[in-house]
Design a protein around this ligand. Structure first.
Ligand code: NDP
Ligand code: ZN
Length: 351
């Protein structure tokens, strides 16, 4: 079968591979809508996970089940399914402890385009099909449902990690598709004012639509000064980080009130250390918490988040700024994600 792959750090291309084997608990899925992720960009062009050779990329797909193992109960060939980016081993000790995304080791619940071939192939393998596939609700468009694989769960996880409460003032640093879902998640959880940091106009407009009350352009000056001015020197209760670099956590600690929480979902692709400013962290006694996480995956999470859309509480269509038809456009879509033209939020390819 054909797949679009990371050939090595800085190198991508089409390759031929054998169709994956399907174990008794597994499924083989044929993608019908896929999207590249900024994480693919960190992995290939920053070499953030280390070397990977001839690994098919992609971890965001809605597909059709092609084959199931003999022990799979709830899915059959022909079913349309949402496949989460994170597909844990549900019987692992880490999952039993509540950290399924780290089943088998740190970040090891993230298998597609990390530890095995991803979803940009003619077929892809899903472990633990009953635990990791979700039926695509009839009323959901496949291209829009792809946002449930990674963008919605990750942005919402940022709001969960930050523990956004009713009336909290929240800063969301980074308003690409993940940060935009952070804004939406914070608004759904009852945030007060939401300060959204980004520079692309298309993202700023979408952020307002999802509930941001103020937009801060980091290219127009220090974001700490801008947030402190807008909050009359008080700072914010909570922060979601979905963009920036190793200096961003330090900046956010400066604008966070004592007892505040950061929910970081940003994938730090480069840099050795994250610097924590000692004084702004109350010399280690500020009760300012830095929580960070890989998104939770699995079937229940997909079903719950799909329900947020089918109940009419979330519209993901504004994220889909670039739509392609045909598998061969995967390369173009990935390069868009790498180059981030000013009118881009997220590309999607339907097959
Ligand atoms: P984008 O690149 O589309 O968005 C990044 C955002 O950060 C943009 O708004 C960008 O602004 C802004 N930004 C860039 N530099 C700075 C800076 N120095 N200060 C403040 N803001 C800045 O990324 P995505 O939304 O696709 O993804 C966000 C992150 O989440 C990525 O690192 C991705 O790998 C990660 N991720 C993590 C997952 C998880 O499970 N934890 C899952 C999926 C993704 P501008 O408008 O100028 O572009
Ligand atoms: Zn991703």
């Amino acid at each position: 079968m054909k797949g679009f792959a990371m050939l090595g750090i800085n190198k991508v291309g089409w390759i031929e591979k054998d169709k994956p084997a399907c174990g008794p608990l597994d499924a083989l899925v044929r993608p019908i809508a896929i999207s590249p992720c900024t994480s693919d960009v960190h992995t290939v062009w920053e070499g953030a996970l280390g070397e990977r050779t001839d690994m098919i990329l992609g971890h965001e797909a809605v597909g059709e089940v092609a084959e199931v193992g003999s022990l799979v109960k709830d899915f059959k060939p022909g079913d349309k399914v949402i496949v989460p980016a994170i597909t844990p081993d549900w019987n692992s000790l880490e999952a039993q402890k509540g950290f399924s995304m780290h089943s088998g080791g740190m970040l090891a619940g993230w298998k597609f385009s990390n530890f095995k071939d991803g979803v940009f192939g003619e077929y892809f393998h899903v472990n633990d099909a009953d635990g990791n596939l979700a039926h695509l609700p009839k009323e959901l468009d496949a291209a829009e449902a792809v946002m449930l694989c990674d963008m919605v769960p990750t942005g919402f996880h940022g709001a969960e990690l930050a523990d956004v409460q009713y009336g909290d003032d929240v800063v969301v640093v980074g308003i690409g598709p993940v940060g935009l879902m952070g804004v939406a998640g914070a608004a759904l959880r009852g945030a007060g004012r939401i300060y959204a940091v980004g520079s692309r106009q298309v993202c700023a407009d979408a952020a307002r639509g999802y509930g941001a009350t103020e937009i801060i352009n980091y290219r127009n000056g220090d974001i700490v000064e801008q947030v402190m001015e807008l909050t009359h020197g008080k700072g914010v209760d909570k922060a979601i980080i979905a963009g920036g670099d190793v200096t961003t956590i330090g900046q956010v600690l400066k604008m966070l009130k004592p007892g505040g929480r950061i929910g970081n979902v940003n994938y730090l692709g480069s840099g050795e250390n994250v610097l924590v400013p000692r004084l702004d962290w109350g010399c280690g006694m500020s009760h300012k918490i830095i929580a960070c996480g890989l998104m939770p995956g699995g079937r229940l999470r997909m079903e719950k988040l799909a329900a947020v859309i089918t109940a009419g509480r979330l519209d993901v269509s504004p994220l889909l700024t670039h739509r392609f038809q045909g598998f061969e456009h995967v390369e173009e879509a990935l390069l868009l994600m790498k180059d981030k033209p000013r009118d881009l939020i997220k590309p999607v390819v339907t097959i």
